[in-house]
Design a binder for this molecule. Structure first.
Ligand code: ANZ
Ligand code: ZN
Ligand code: ZN
Length: 841
């Protein structure tokens, strides 16, 4: 998706600051020559593709599993490490689920329309279409080199008219149901992008792409999608989602459901509804504030105040409404007064900068004693502050609940009760009612840009706005346009001038294109029936595969994409195209990747590691193993070239072990271990705890490696456990064991119940032996032994036994213990069963 990839500007290409240990590199190179990962990887990638093993169809009798990584925005630079991590996380789960016997849909596509391609194309002098096609080709090549289990028969690109035709089709359906409409509205305009920005794209008054550019406000006729019609359903549905709690909270906050009371205040003999969540404070109202942008503000301005209000309005810097809370509160008296319906007091009305014009009724009853914004305003303009809820002091507003006073017949009620009673009283007198408000605004989708889905509408002088007839879809972007200032589509005169579908007179095409978030709002549905050229998708196919079981992508999509796609799903359900109402049952956010300098990997920092270079140097299996062994997928990841060498070494050890192993009988220890490993690793794969899986795999391998012989079954099982992470070498070794069918399609091993506590004993022995080995190699005397073990080993070891095995004092730390004593950083050397050891004089 385009969100995180938009940093096209400011790309100062700094030198990569990697320090290579030349000698170490040389020895790694010779290892790789021996095992020739390039040939092995190519061999199996070709085989998977030839056998079409990842191409799937609906199979009624099989349990399905739909796994999807958020599709990328294909930039010319190719995959970055964040992409790679994202796909590897998904791929491991997909491969594991395939082995578990599920019918796994794992598709890939490209979110290829949008501003970044247009900008990059302008910069490099190529057409966005060519730029995009090239980028996609490059992406596919790199994704294939990673050994990802995608069903390539379903690959889609949103820039393909066969795809965006259905964007246009959905738009027409929305138009038909009055869910798409045009309105003149103040929009955020980035002078650098020369386009309208959504509120979400304005960060602290600046453009999301141009962090230094102030967003201006412009009035333009814009297309909107009425997502607010679904506000309540979107809000209430959140509780049922098995999504990260943080994301759910962000969505709730974004949609912002607010229940309160609407109270009618009389102004100039007219009743004005005022929204409040605190009717219990009504006796504390000392003024009113109306939004300076309010449509009806002019009705309230008295001739005497006209100049002052106009001056104030002109001075206002329009800012995205969500930034209002940070503003200094300012305003000006309008000259009018409002009458409090309960106390009958007359209070002045101000026009202010902190009231949102299109929230509630755009005017607030201000209670400075109990609302901090009102408090600051009252202090500034010396307006009376009148407390009515017990509990405050003079330092600021007391916003909590409490006992009422100064409130007539409602005195002594507590806030909760008073809210009810006052609302009841107002309802009886027909002076108020209960209402629910949402912060969510309709979704402005108009972009004055070329590289987007054309909005299928024709403007006719006589018939006004006319939808393009369905049979004329898709409206294809004209290829020949001039790039420069403004909207390039306006230069395509042949394309713009058309006949009106209604009156056949001369008319013009709409030149706004759609926000790219439109394209990504329903792509997961198209994957279920990508090659359908008659309908958007077959209902039975979408119903079979959806909702997505595991949706994997960055947490930065918590609001926009993940709310828009929920809205689209609900709308398509209402068209009776699908029988479910949420796009994704499960959602997983991967962490961020940090470079070796400790900063987030980014072009502008010059600390980017290209996956392609790593692939060339170490191979896909090593990269995959490294990516999941260094950090848990939901945590942030610190890149370290040194540690990738460790992963390579491990893989090399596995290969050489399988080249020299003896098939025979399992020892009891090994039989028990493989059994418990199967169980654990299964759980780790199910829950994205891949790091733990690699630790368990290494632990198991430590034991396997020490055996004189092992059963073929056990040797196979080990490869199967490793296969989701390292699919290529495991195929190769699996074949070497005499198997003719693919390991990728083999059945996940079953675990038997384990007996004995042999395992514990073995860990202790292994730790003790390792310490003795280290001691045997040093000649200088020491008095104390410090050892550093894996955190999960802490609960498994017998501390007493280990300590008693040495005459010196011995202290045990977990490697991640913040307070450990470790002057020589020996904890970094620890692996399961072989602790880091520091011997102190
Ligand atoms: C009186 C009052 C007294 C309020 C008090 C709060 C505390 P949420 O929860 O966000 O919905 N409000 C109403 N319309 C507004 C608008 N268009 N722009 C800015 N603020 C607006 O907040 C609802 C509260 O925000 C309302 O309750 C109103 O202030 C204010 F001690 O009314 B209250
Ligand atoms: Zn911009
Ligand atoms: Zn017409």
């Amino acid at each position: 998706m385009a969100f995180k990839d938009c940093v096209l500007e400011n790309e100062k290409k700094g030198p990569a600051t990697l320090t290579h240990n030349i000698l170490k590199q040389a020895s790694l190179c010779s290892l790789m020559k021996e095992f020739n990962f390039k040939n092995i990887e190519k061999k199996w990638q070709d085989r998977w593709e030839k056998d079409k093993i990842f191409e799937v169809r609906e199979e009624k009798r099989k349990e399905k599993f739909y796994i999807l990584e958020m599709f990328p925005y294909p930039s010319g630079e190719g995959l970055h490490m964040g992409h790679t991590w994202n796909y590897v996380i998904g791929d491991i789960l997909a491969r594991y689920k395939i082995m578990k016997g599920l019918n796994v849909l794992h598709p890939m596509g490209y979110d290829s329309l949008g501003l970044p391609a247009e900008n990059a194309a302008i910069k490099s002098g190529t057409h966005p279409e060519d730029y995009t096609k090239n980028s996609i080709k490059n992406f596919i090549k790199q994704q294939k080199a990673l050994g990802l289990s995608f069903d390539w028969s379903r690959v889609l690109s949103t820039a393909d008219p066969e795809y965006y035709k259905w964007d246009q089709w959905i738009f027409l359906k929305m138009l038909g149901k009055n869910l798409a409409y045009q309105k003149e509205s103040a929009v955020n305009w980035c002078p650098k992008c020369e386009t309208v920005l959504a509120n979400e794209q304005v960060h602290d008054g600046k453009c999301w792409r141009h962090e230094k550019t102030n967003v201006r406000v412009k009035n333009l006729k814009q297309w909107f999608l009425k997502i607010t019609n679904y506000a309540n359903e979107l809000y209430e549905g959140i509780d049922n989602l098995d999504w990260p709690e943080k994301t759910k909270a962000m969505q709730k906050n974004w949609i912002g459901k607010s229940e309160g009371t609407e109270i009618l205040f009389e102004i100039n003999k007219e009743k004005w509804p005022i929204f409040t969540t605190r009717p219990d404070t009504i006796f504390g109202v000392t003024f009113m504030v109306i939004s300076a942008q309010h449509q009806k503000l002019k009705n309230l301005i008295t001739p005497k105040q006209k100049k002052a209000v106009e001056n104030f309005q002109n001075k206002l810097n329009s800012v995205s409404e969500r930034d209002l809370s940070d503003l200094e509160k300012e305003g000006v008296f309008t000259g009018s007064y409002a009458v409090n319906p309960i106390s009958s007091e007359k209070v002045p009305i101000y026009a202010g900068n902190f009231v949102v014009a299109d929230y509630g009724s755009g005017m607030v009853m201000a209670v400075p004693a109990h609302d901090q914004r009102d408090f600051e305003f009252a202090k500034k303009y010396k307006i009376e502050i009148k407390p009515v809820i017990d509990g405050g002091n003079d330092k600021g507003a007391f916003e909590g609940n409490g006992r009422l006073f100064n409130s007539g017949k409602f005195n002594n009620l507590n806030s909760e009760k008073a809210k009810e009673e006052i609302t009841k009283f107002l309802i009886q007198k027909k002076l108020g009612k209960k209402v629910t408000n949402f912060k969510l605004r309709d979704w402005g989708i108009s972009r004055q840009r070329y590289w987007g889905t054309p909005i299928p509408v024709i403007h006719c002088g006589k018939c006004e706005t006319v939808p393009v007839p369905e049979k004329d879809l898709p409206i294809i972007l004209p290829k020949n346009v001039k790039f420069g200032k403004g909207n390039p589509l306006e230069t395509a005169t042949n394309w713009i001038n058309v006949k009106c579908p209604k009156c056949k007179g001369n008319a013009k095409r709409e030149t706004d294109t759609m926000d790219t978030f439109v394209n990504s709002s329903w792509y997961f549905l198209r994957f279920t029936d990508k090659n359908n050229n008659k309908e958007i998708f077959k209902k039975s196919k979408a119903n079979y595969w959806c909702p997505i079981d595991a949706y994997i992508g960055g947490a930065e999509h918590a609001c926009m994409h993940l709310i828009y796609s929920r809205f689209y799903t609900k709308f398509l359900r209402d068209l009776d195209l699908i029988d479910f109402d949420e796009p994704a049952a499960g959602l997983f956010h991967q962490g961020l990747i940090y470079g070796e300098d400790g900063f987030k990997m980014s072009k502008s920092r010059g600390n980017v590691i290209e996956p392609l270079n790593i692939l060339k140097k170490y191979g896909a299996d090593t990269l995959r193993f490294f990516l999941v062994s260094a950090a848990s997928p939901d945590k942030d990841f610190d890149w370290s070239e040194k540690e990738i060498g460790g992963s390579l070494k491990f893989i090399k050890r596995v290969i050489s072990f399988y080249e020299n192993n003896k098939i025979g009988k399992d020892s009891e220890l090994l039989a028990n271990k493989i059994n418990s490993s199967v169980k654990k690793i299964e759980e780790f794969y199910e829950t994205f705890e891949y790091r733990k899986a690699t630790i368990e795999i290494r632990e198991l391998f430590e034991i396997l490696e020490k055996q004189k012989e092992a059963s073929k079954e056990t040797l196979e099982k080990f490869l199967q456990l490793l296969s989701p992470i390292c699919p290529h070498i495991t195929e190769e070794l699996w074949e070497k064991l005499g198997n003719t069918k693919l390991i990728t399609k083999s059945n996940w091993p079953k675990s038997k119940e384990i007996k004995s506590n042999k395992q514990t004993k073995d860990i202790n022995d292994s730790i003790i032996n390792h310490i003795k080995e280290v001691i045997s190699k040093v000649s200088s005397p020491f008095n104390k032994i410090f050892i550093y073990i894996m955190p999960f080993e802490l609960s498994k070891i017998n501390t007493k036994k280990i300590k008693e095995s040495f005459k010196q004092e011995l202290e045990i730390f977990a490697v991640n213990d913040q307070k450990k004593y470790d002057p020589e950083k020996k904890s970094k050397k620890a692996i399961p069963g072989r602790p880091g050891v520091y011997l102190k004089q």
